[in-house]
Write a protein that binds this ligand. Structure first.
Ligand code: ZN
Length: 113
């Protein structure tokens, strides 16, 4: 169907984690885009839950439902946050993060086989 290698997967992963949020913040955030971009970047701190795992990093391990802040329960909480003005951008960033990690899980089926 399609070909993807580890390097492309790596590039796509960090593009979606670092560059794509800037495009979202710039497109939707008006003159507050820099602050909103920082919020989206700050949601990367959710990856601190990797510190609880052994080993801390494993290239072919799926984060979703493995790490506590990447669990379906946590994702439900992030979704709930979309309904409140004060948490909306944090939730959007966390859900984008989960979608990116989820895509990575899917791609790993091909690249880690
Ligand atoms: Zn993650």
């Amino acid at each position: 169907m399609f070909y993807i290698c580890r390097q492309m997967q790596f590039f796509l992963h960090y593009f979606l984690h670092l560059i794509f949020p800037a495009a979202i913040a710039y497109t939707l955030g008006g003159n507050r885009w820099k602050k909103l971009y920082l919020i989206l970047l700050a949601t990367m701190l959710v990856d601190l839950d990797h510190l609880l795992a052994t080993p801390v990093f494993s290239a072919c391990r799926c984060s979703i439902n493995f790490h506590p802040l990447h669990s379906y329960y946590a994702i439900a909480v992030y979704f709930f946050g979309l309904f409140f003005r004060k948490t909306r951008w944090w939730s959007a960033g966390l859900l984008l993060h989960m979608a990116t990690d989820g895509l990575d899980c899917y791609l790993s089926l091909k690249t880690c086989a």
